[in-house]
Every structure is written in C-alpha cells, then in structure tokens.
Design a binder for this molecule. Structure first.
Ligand code: CO
Length: 635
C-alpha cells in the first residue's frame, strides 16, 4: 500500500518560517547584497485568481516569496521574488528614489543619535531635563516637503515626551516646541528645531488601575459558554462556518487579509470576494504650525498594520471560546519570527436576526443573529486599531474598525487654546485630525466578471405620474470607466454601490449582486495641492473602481514614505480604463474626522467606523429562513 499523500500546500497558505529562510538565503547567495542589507517585508508572492481557481487538492504548488530589500542607507530598494521550491531568484528589480515603511532599525538609530546630540541635549536642558532615560522619543515618517536636505535619505522626524517614571504616560507631557530631523539609516541628526519652551502639563495621564483607585464594583461575572464547542472549522488558514468559507492571512503592511470569501447556499461555494484588506490608511493632522503641520502617518505603507500587530490574550482582547491564528513574519535582518495569537476567531451573539409576531394568531417566530468574528489589533505608536471582519447568517459581511489608544498631544501655555485642536486636559491639547482607511475589495460576486452600479434615491417632481408628490425613484447607473467611478457618498439620497455579476441571474431573473453600504465616510480635508493631498489622493473619494491589475495593491502606491505624491489610485485611474466585462477591484475610503474630547483622555474609549457588504439579490429570499428557533419557549 502506498503511503498516504503528504499534506499538500494550498497556493494561499501563509508564508512559512522555512520559506522565509530559503528566500533570504537565495537573495543573499548571489553576492549582490551587502551583509548589512535590511529586509523591509518578506511575504507570499500571492497567486492570481486563475492559479487559485485552477488549483486542486494534491496539485503541486509553485510557492513564491516576495522580498523588499533595503541594500544601503539611501533611497533605494530591491524587489526580489524567489521560487522557494528550488531556491531560485526569479525576479530582481532595483527601485531608486523610494523608501520602504519606516524601518525599526532606522527608528532605533534615530533615538540613539538624538540621545548623544549636543543640540538636542541643550534643548532638553532648557526644559530642565537632564536624564536622557526620562525622554521618550517618537520617530515619525516625515512626509514630503521638498526639503533638499532630505533628498536621497531615509528620514524620520522625532517628537519627544517626558516620562518621569518609566510607567508614566509620555503623551501627557509633550516636550513641546522640540523637533528633530534625523537620517535614521546613517544615524545622523540633520536638524534640531527649538520653537520655544512650553511648560509641561500638570497631569500625569495615568490609565492603570492603581491610578484610579478605588475601582468601581458591581459588575458581576459575565461568562460566555459554548459547552458543545464552536460551530466553525479551521483547517490551516481555511475557515468555514454556516455556509461561509474564507482563508485568513496576515500581511506585514496590510494586517488582516481575507482570501476567497464565498458562501455555499447548497449548490457549492459561490464566491463573493477574491481578496479583501485595509490596504492603506492615513492620519492627517490639521494644525498648520511648524510643530505639528507635517504630521500625516500612512499607517500601512509607512508603519505596517501587520508588523505592529498585537499578540492577543484570552479574556482580555477576546472573550468566550476563542481560536487563534499565529502570524509568521520576518525581521529586518531576514529572520523569521512568530506573533502568537495574532488573529482571533470566534462567534458572537448579536441580538435578533429576524422576528414577526402575527397579530391575528399571536404566533411568534424569532431567530437569533450570530456572527463569525475574525479580528486583529495593531498598535501604531500612540494609537490602537482593531480590525473586525464579521460574517452573518444572512450573507452579510461587515468590517468594523475600532479606534482606541492615546491621542497625539501638544502642550499649551497655561490657559491657552488652539483654533486647530481641542483642549483635552489642563495645559494639554490634541490637534483635529482624520483617520482615513481604504479597504481594497477584489470582487468576485458569483464569478470573476463584475460591474459596479451606483444606486441613489431621487425625489420625483409632482405631475400627472406623481399626483401626490410622494414618489421615490431609485436611479441605478453603471460606472463604466475609472474616472466615472470616482464617487462620494450622499447620505440624504441613501447612495450605495452594487457589485453586480451581469452573467448570473437569481431566481427572479435579475443579475446577482452584493451592495456596499457605507458607514462613516469623511474624505480628506487637506487641500488637493497640499503635500498630504497629493500623497493621499485615495482619500479624496469614498469609492474608486479599477480593473483588477497585478501590482495595483496599495492605493497610495507601494512606497508612500517620503513620496512626493500622485502614486496609486490617482495615477492608475488617470488612464480611465474600462470597467465593463472585466474583473474589478473596488476601493472604499471611510473613517472618522476626530474632534478630540476630554473623554478621549488619557486613553480613548473605542470609536468605530466601517461598512457593510449586504447580499442584494444574491439570494432569492431571506437566506436564514432555515435557522432553527432558539431552544426553549421562544415561539
Ligand atoms: Co484620532
């Protein structure tokens, strides 16, 4: 008898530690990289739709790993692809004039250089600070402001905070007016600016239990029990639950990524999304002054939501019966490491899904709603972002982003105010700012070829066809080209977008569709010709649609760090390609414009934003009629 077949890989399996080692050895073997080269990202070179669709269990998989290597201290990277099965470098492209996400190595060198810098130490001394261990230094990506000093270099701008004790909340005591520009690759301090001393705010901003004793009581245990276990199954990274199936991975920049999301309503899996992620986000700050006016963090492309991901804790981050997925990443020195419990998977009760009480008979039918939650949390400097993908029993998908953590702060002179922010504590303010996320939705609604239709309700003038003036018409327009598909929300008209498969009809003879229902949807408030306006062009519209094209992954371009702008969606869609008869990617910008409150201090209660993807003619009827009634006496 033959041996049973070895477990075979799926093309979308996450990159493994062994694959990282093979890939790093392969790119180093050629002698084309110095020993000091750093690795910005090492990821699966993801297969395209066709490779995934054609794969059958047991087929050999040509696994490829993509590396972004930083060979020297300047503004250049090498993009390499290694076929790891044979350890062969199959692509090698040098990109000049671009920077990867802020390297942790660079950030560390910035801190070390500043601690020794005479101008920095003198400025601290003017603030009465002599112990360098009491100074928290936060290196930030700098943006791009045509400063010749920064050409060809990898730069971070550094803010400083005072921590009298290591356990202090540094953001409570900004060392205001002090700003340094450092070449992190070379460890060279380029510029130290002292805009003038502002007294330290008096408060400590503590948020630990000992800071707020006595703690409240009266909360009795709330326990979630699933005595028969969970209702989902996880094999490798393939998750299935109540008709849903999807694969889950973690990308160092995008964080959580969902692949091949589909729903089986009895006749096999019907695809909905080939791939979904938050592929960029930007946090532009609205204070125009020299101290804070340059701040606008691209938390994917400049920081990396995946590499900043937390290891989650049962009973704290996630409650109930939890299954975790670990994430394998590579360090900047090319060594694999594992973040344990990076992704939390569980089920939640979310109230009722549907109900009716028949007033004639008194008979009631009610069904509980339950959702499958796939979540991860990233800490990016002062902020936390939780990303929660929800799958519901009626075919709905939701992305909820939870914003928490600590505001980026500024000290004010006693009794001072600012027109560009809000006072949140004595002597402490936080600038107005936005958090603008861009979800990249690689569509596959019931098949690869989709269309995007914009649907709005329209008031109808009174007339012979509308004698009582009550008519409400729905206008649906197919978005045929990329420029026609740069769209914004219109809540008063309930504007939404339908992702339609023109080749598949439902039982009512209509093309099947999912609709994107927007939630909070500000767009970029900075001027279009401002630095951040050029660099975050994606954030100027709530919707963009592009033909699915290899390499078009990041809406602000692959390398937003210190980039002058114009890359990504604005550049691609300038071609105004056709969106008809092809595979499409929808890009949805959403988020919050943050007007800081005293209640956001010293740590923010969660604020949420996101969107829903709702079946809209994908099924022929409520797909959750077959849910059993809750046990007991509900009906
Ligand atoms: Co905020």
């Amino acid at each position: 008898m033959a041996d049973p077949p070895a477990p075979t890989a799926h093309p979308l399996d996450p990159v493994t530690a062994e694959e990282i080692r093979v890939a790093v050895d392969a790119v180093r073997a050629g002698g084309r990289l110095p020993d000091t080269a750093l690795f910005s990202t090492i990821t699966l070179d993801e297969p395209d739709r066709r490779q995934v669709a054609d794969h059958r269990p047991g087929d050999p998989v040509d696994r490829r790993v993509r590396l972004v290597v930083v060979p020297g201290p300047g503004a250049a990277v090498v993009e390499a692809v290694v076929a790891v099965g044979r350890g062969e470098v199959v692509e090698w492209t040098v990109r000049d004039g671009v920077r990867p996400a802020l390297l942790l190595d660079d950030a560390y060198r910035c801190i070390l250089a500043l601690r020794e810098d005479p101008a920095w130490r003198a400025a601290l001394l003017r603030r009465g600070v002599t112990d360098m261990d009491q100074v928290q230094i936060d290196p930030w990506p700098t943006g791009h402001f045509d400063n010749p000093l920064e050409e060809g270099r990898r730069i971070a701008r550094c803010l400083a905070y005072f921590r009298e004790h290591p356990s202090d909340n540094g953001y409570a005591r900004p060392l205001e007016g002090l700003l340094a520009t450092v070449d992190g690759a070379r460890g060279e301090v380029l510029d130290v600016v002292d805009l003038g001393v502002v007294p330290l705010p008096p408060g400590r901003g503590g948020y630990r239990p000992e800071d707020h004793a006595p703690l409240r009581d009266g909360l009795r245990p709330l326990e979630i029990a699933q005595p028969e276990g969970v209702s989902f199954a996880l094999e490798g990274n393939l998750l299935s639950w109540q008709g849903w199936s999807l694969r889950v991975s973690m990308d160092p920049l995008e964080g959580l990524v969902l692949h091949t999301v589909g729903y089986d309503d009895g006749g096999g899996v019907r695809p909905v999304l080939f791939r979904a992620s938050v592929s960029e986000m930007v946090v532009p700050y609205g204070d125009p002054g020299p101290m804070h006016g340059w701040k606008n963090a691209f938390d994917c492309g400049e920081w990396g939501l995946g590499r900043m991901t937390n290891s989650l804790t049962l009973g704290c981050d996630c409650l109930g019966v939890i299954t975790y997925l670990d994430a394998t990443f590579a360090s900047e020195h090319g060594t694999p490491y594992v973040v344990e419990n990076a992704v939390c998977i569980h089920e939640e009760d979310v109230g009722i899904l549907w109900k009716h009480q028949d007033l004639q008979t008194g008979h009631t039918e009610v069904r509980r709603s339950r959702r499958l939650v796939v979540s991860a949390i990233a800490t990016v400097g002062n902020y936390e972002y939780g990303f929660y993908w929800y799958f519901y029993l009626d075919g709905t998908i939701q992305l909820e982003v939870k914003l928490t953590g600590i505001l980026s702060t500024q000290a004010l002179p006693e009794g001072g105010t600012t027109p560009w922010g809000a006072v949140i504590a004595p002597g402490l303010a936080a600038p107005f700012h936005q958090h603008l996320f861009c979800a990249r939705l690689d569509l596959s609604v019931d098949g690869p070829v989709n269309e995007v239709h914009e649907v709005s309700f329209e008031p109808v003038p009174s007339g012979p066809d509308n004698p009582w003036g009550n008519a409400m018409g729905q206008r649906s327009v197919r978005l045929d080209t990329e420029q026609a598909a740069r769209r914004d929300v219109d809540p008063a008209r309930s504007r939404h977008w339908r992702f339609v498969n023109p080749e598949r009809t439902n039982g009512l003879g209509r093309p099947v569709a999912y609709k994107l229902v927007p939630g909070p949807t500000p767009t970029l408030l900075a001027q279009p010709d401002s630095s951040v306006g050029r660099r975050a062009g994606f954030a100027r519209h709530n919707l963009w649609v592009t033909p699915a094209t290899p390499g078009e992954r990041r809406p602000a371009g692959d390398y937003p760090n210190q980039h002058p702008g114009g890359d990504g969606l604005p550049a691609w869609t300038a071609a105004d390609r056709s969106l008809v008869g092809t595979e499409l990617v929808a890009w949805h910008t959403f988020g919050v414009t943050h007007s800081p409150r005293p209640e956001d201090w010293p740590v923010m209660p969660v604020e949420t934003c996101g969107f829903h993807l709702v079946a809209a003619g994908f099924f022929d009827r409520n797909p959750a009629l077959d849910l059993p009634p809750p046990p007991g006496h509900c009906h």
